[in-house]
Every structure is written in structure tokens, then in C-alpha cells.
Design a protein around this ligand. Sequence first.
Ligand code: ADP
Length: 399
Amino acid sequence: MMLFMAINAGSSSLKWQIYDMPSEKRVAKGMIDRLGKQDAIFKASYGEGQKFEQQEPIVSKEKAAALILTRLKSLQIVDRLEDIKGVGHRVVSGGEVFEHSTVITPEVLLQIENLSELAPLHNSIEAYYVSVFAKLLPHSKQVAVFDTSFFTTLAPVNYLYPIETKYYNQYGVRKYGAHGTSHRYVTQRTAEILQKPLDQLNLITLHLGNGASISAIEHGKAIDTSMGFTPLAGLMMGTRSGDVDPSIIPYIMEKEHLQTASQMIKILNNNSGLLGVSGVSNDKRDIDDAAATGNHQAQLAQEMFVNRIVKYVGSYLALLDELPDALVFTAGVGENDQPVRQAVCEQLRHFGVKIDTEKNQVKGQETLVSTPDSTIKVLVVPTNEELMIARDTYNLTQK
Ligand code: ADP
């Protein structure tokens, strides 16, 4: 058996999946939530719908990783840990250094740590787990799959901010993007669905989840994306504002007597977006429920969410050299929320986009939801970042 793990580590959660390769069959998936706490939760699903869940103290990251491996054996998901040939780690920032996924050597690990400045909440934690898994699974290769590498194809005209060049030269201030693994996955998958060579494929990919971003893809490569120096930029999201006039920052700080800019950034990251406007929730389903009962703020949040999507799609339609082959909707909202897809596509009708209302009822399944005479196809393509991570890990370990 050749098994490959995909690890997605956060500050208080650790998500994992195991794939059998090259068949790409998912063997198991699970997560540890509330990591570091006495009431942490270990969850796994595997086999034919089997599930395991237990609340228990999991106080350290190292214990968390070790527990996953112990349970893989005790739940008989894996016979021998030696069958796990590679562990792929999601790494948030590869900066300008990593254009592709890469096998992790001590030098690579150091570079990932050095990039922590660009992703303070992520890179150092991810690097730590790389060391932990390398120690626990000494026979396996560790691979880093970067959220940013899909966007290293952006040209300076699209990744630079119109500020003094020294800030880029000295401090690396530029657009790095995020969600790259998801945009890359749906791009590749769409090439297969449309049976078009990747290097001839032009798309606008819409990753609409709790975090949300839109990318313009030309000849299979990203030319622009809505997230920026950090994942705070671009669309309105669950709790993130997306693009705002930066002058708002000192203005609100002064009015609210905030001491530091980071307090303000926290507000823009955690208290804004759907949550901030609706006052109800960051979860689109809660917003929809509230809007249906006549909550005006929730209705406004719905409208603003669609409005930002339309503006980004519109700007990328203008940026691409020709009409793209498809608009591709993915992630929680993109895959499941038919009114959002409907509203976005209706607003794009003067570009000849026509959605098939019947087909658009789909939730979470690969489907062509546009009519045959639509100038641009509209597709729902569920994302699978973990499979992409497992695939990269498999491919790199075969070299
Ligand atoms: P993330 O991975 O960024 O946390 P997801 O891709 O899981 O986010 O997306 C979460 C969002 O998707 C939430 O706003 C949630 O309400 C929305 N969502 C999930 N399922 C549905 C559904 N069936 N209908 C509408 N929205 C949904």
C-alpha cells in the first residue's frame, strides 16, 4: 500500500486526510479541534461510513500528531505506519521563494520558518508539524504545498501595489494571494471536465467559502487574484472586510480610541464581512435564514456579498484577453448556494452569461449550470485541496 497524508494545521486545529495513491481513493479523514485544551475533540471517519469521536485532553501539538498515528493503527485504518510514504503539509506562505510544491529538506524548512513574517499565524506552526511528523514517521518524505505558489505566475503589473517601490524591494510588500491550492485544483479539474488542454484554458475561478477569493486564469496559469499581501484583501468574506479604503484605519482608531493598528486589523479580520454587516453570523446559511425572516441587515449583507463578487468577476472579464471558457464556482458557498450563483450570473447577462435555473439547484456536485447558448460556461466544481496536497506529495516522492 502507498498511503499519503495531507496535513492542514492551524493554531488550534489539526486536519488530516489519508489517500491511497495512485488510485486517489480517500482512506480516512479527521481532525483535532480545540487543540491545546482539556476538552479537545478527536474525530475520524473511515472505511464504509465508520466514525470515531472522542473528547479528551490533547495539550500539545506533538501529542496531537502522535495521537493521530496511534489511532490510525488502533482503528485499523492503517496496518503499518511504514505504509505512509509521504506527508504533505499545507503551508500558507511560500513568498516568492517557492513556485511549486517541494520536498522538505532542512534548508526548505528554514526558508518556511523565515517566511513566517508574511504569515505569522501559520508558517511557524506548519514548520513545527513538519518536524514532528518527520520524527514520528522517519521513513516518510515531508512535502510542502504552498497556498501562494499558484500565484507566482502573476506579472508585476498585477502583483505590485502603487506605492513606493522601496517597500517591495526592501520588505517584499506585494500581492501573494491565497487559496492557491484550491484555485489550482479546480483549474486542473475543469480542464479535464471540458476536455481542454490546460495551456489553452481561460477561467475565472470563484472560491467562495468562509474565506473567499476570485482568480483570473489565462492559459492554465493565474494572472490575477483578489487576495493580496494577506488574505484580508479582495471580496467580502465571513468575518473579513475584503478591500476597504485604508484611510478608514486611522479614522476608526481615533474615534474608538484604539492604541494599535493591529487592533484595527483584528476588527477587519474577525468582526467584519458578513458578520459585521448582518450582526447575525459569519455563516452564509444563518444570514439567509435571518434575511428570509425580514432582517434588513442580513439582506444587505447578502447583497453586498454578491456585489463584491460581481465587481471582481467584471474586472477579470476586462483583464482577460478574451471571454473565459468558464466561471467556476467552488467552496462552501460556491458549491452549495444557488441564489448566490444565480445572482452573480444574472448580473453578468450582458456578457451573454446564461444560467440554467434547474441545473443550478445542484449542491456540492460537479455540474455545468449554464445553458447551452451561454457565452461563458458556468460550472460548479467542488474543491479538494487535500487531494491536491496528496497528489503533489505522491508525485514528488516518486521522483
Ligand atoms: P472554509 O473552508 O473557508 O471554512 P467552507 O468552504 O467550508 O469554508 O465554506 C463555509 C461557508 O459555506 C459558510 O458560509 C457556509 O454557510 C456556506 N455553506 C456551506 N454549505 C452551504 C449550503 N448548503 N448552502 C449555503 N451555504 C453553505
